[in-house]
Write a protein that binds this ligand. Structure first.
Ligand code: G6P
Length: 490
């Protein structure tokens, strides 16, 4: 292993801690990457000494990766050691936009709408080849950078093949895989072409330990391994060692773990009291108007987030309960996501259209029922968290949903949480949230009414308890738990 590297701890994910944008003069600016995975991993901090391997997501990232050589400039990454892989654009588009976001994401979030989708044809075969190439690029880089016996934490569905590929290259490493999404139940998972369904599971089973955000997703993965691969499942009760369930396949054992990523209270509370957030609060209050209640939501504009049904539920509230007209405003912050995919662009357009329709049908000269902001703005998200009376978090399915956990931590006066039972966060928060079936628009409308009429003392008490539950495993502890669980049994 002549060319082996020196990193003791490595993290691998598609999206890295920074994303670059290029100005017209060619200069590059780095800013923090978005999404729950980056929020969780960013708390690792440079002091942990981990090397983060990620992909260049666009032309500006590619340029930064080329200029930097193997490692990005630490000044631009907050001191974090980052190697950004310059994957050829065509391969990246098929691996990320194709297999990762249009196939695996859709399967795990149960988003396919038959009879139109899915279609596994020649395009799929080409994309699958790209997904393999892309995973090989990560495995090669990790194999090259890792020190003898190092721990490698591979993150999410973009990199499902990496654990097995890396084990072939470096059997000395301790390899973990973490899924930030739900996992599909076997009947749905089996929609994938047979060879793909098996390859994805085998890839993840190349790890020493595969971990998930909730027990529900871990159980679904285990069920797929049994169903598709015929793997043996052990419940962990009879074993010496970790006591965790495990999967035995082709003579190797992979342990199955659960770590429910929590909100970062210290970071959020400090950040939420900076001047830019206070300014955004004043702007939003101005838009909302005097003496009105607010229902807030903050999401990537993502099909699984169920923003359109949320808007329909708000419309239903105004229809069924006319007393709320003029008295409540729905602040919807829906930031662009995956706009390279037509289905996301269409969804974004539908969100805007439905919001406009509600405003046209119900609005008055002094009252705009829906305020929709589509420009990504973290300060405005925190402002909405602080001032919201009600938060609507209604995904059809979600690995965790950090918004549900961040709102109670940041809320100024208490915020009632209307929460989908299909979000991973519901496993920890359902006691004090108003839980809903995300497909049931009428039930969601009723829950919004109940949330708006909740006595303030009850709302505040629930928010305090929600904040405690939401911060049980903050990101730094979540990361350490993954890492410690990989250490060989004493
Ligand atoms: C989810 C995924 C992450 C991803 C994030 C943002 O949280 O689990 O892996 O980074 O969405 O999506 P994007 O495609 O923009 O990286």
């Amino acid at each position: 292993m002549a060319d082996q590297g020196s990193a003791q701890v490595l993290v691998a994910s598609n999206r890295g801690p920074v994303a670059y944008t290029a100005a017209s003069d060619g200069s590059l600016t780095a800013r923090r990457g978005g999404g729950g995975l980056v929020s969780g991993l960013s708390a690792i901090g440079p002091d942990a000494g981990a090397l983060w391997v990620c992909a260049a997501l666009g032309d500006a990232d590619r340029e930064a990766a080329r200029r930097a050589g193997p490692r990005l400039d630490p000044e631009e990454t907050g001191g974090q050691a980052v190697r950004m892989l310059d994957i050829p654009p065509g391969i990246f588009a098929d691996a990320y936009g194709g297999i990762s976001n249009s196939v695996l994401w859709f399967v795990h979030h149960l988003l396919y709408q038959t009879p139109i989708e899915p279609v596994f044809d020649a395009d799929f075969i080409r994309q699958w080849g790209a997904y393999e190439t892309y995973n090989v690029a990560f495995a090669d880089a990790l194999a090259q950078e890792a020190d003898d016996g190092a721990a490698v934490l591979v993150q999410d569905y973009h990199l499902d093949l990496v654990p097995a590929l890396l084990r072939e290259r470096r059997p000395d490493l301790r390899i973990g895989h973490f899924s930030h999404t739900p996992w599909a139940p076997p009947d749905y998972y089996r929609m994938l072409p047979d060879a793909t369904a098996a390859a994805v599971l085998r890839g993840v089973l190349g790890s020493d330990r595969a971990a998930f955000l909730t027990r529900r997703w871990a159980d679904a993965f285990t069920a797929c391994c049994a169903d598709v691969l015929g793997a043996e499942v052990r419940d962990g009760s009879g074993e010496a060692g970790s006591g965790e369930p495990s999967i035995v396949y082709q003579g190797r054992t992979t342990r199955i773990g659960v770590h429910g990523l929590g909100a970062d209270a210290d970071f959020l509370r400090e950040r939420a009291h900076r001047a830019d957030v206070t300014e955004r609060m004043a702007e939003l209050r101005e838009q909302v108007g005097e003496d009105r209640r607010t229902i807030v939501r903050v999401d990537r504009t993502e099909l699984s987030k169920n923003i359109v049904r949320g808007l329909h539920a708000f419309r239903q509230l105004l229809t069924d309960r006319p007393e709320w007209r003029e008295r409540v405003v729905h602040i919807a912050l829906a930031y662009p996501s995956r706009q390279d995919l037509a289905v996301y662009r269409d969804y974004t357009a539908t969100v805007a259209r439905v919001a406009e329709e509600i405003n046209a049908d119900f609005g008055t000269p002094g009252w705009t029922p829906v305020i929709l902001h589509v420009k990504d703005d973290f300060a405005r998200s925190l402002a909405a968290y602080r001032l919201g009376d009600v938060a609507l978090v209604n995904p059809v399915r979600d690995g965790m949903n950090l918004v549900a956990k961040e709102v109670p931590v940041v809320s100024d006066a208490g915020c009632a949480l209307v929460l989908s039972r299909e979000a991973g966060a519901a496993a920890e928060l359902s006691g004090d949230a108003l839980t809903i079936n995300p497909y049931d628009v009428s039930q969601t409308a009723r829950a919004l009414h109940e949330a708006l009429t909740m006595p303030p003392a009850d709302r505040a008490a629930r928010t305090t308890r929600l904040a405690t539950a939401a911060t049980a495993l903050p990101p730094a502890a979540w990361f350490l738990a993954q890492l410690n669980a990989l250490r060989p049994a004493a």
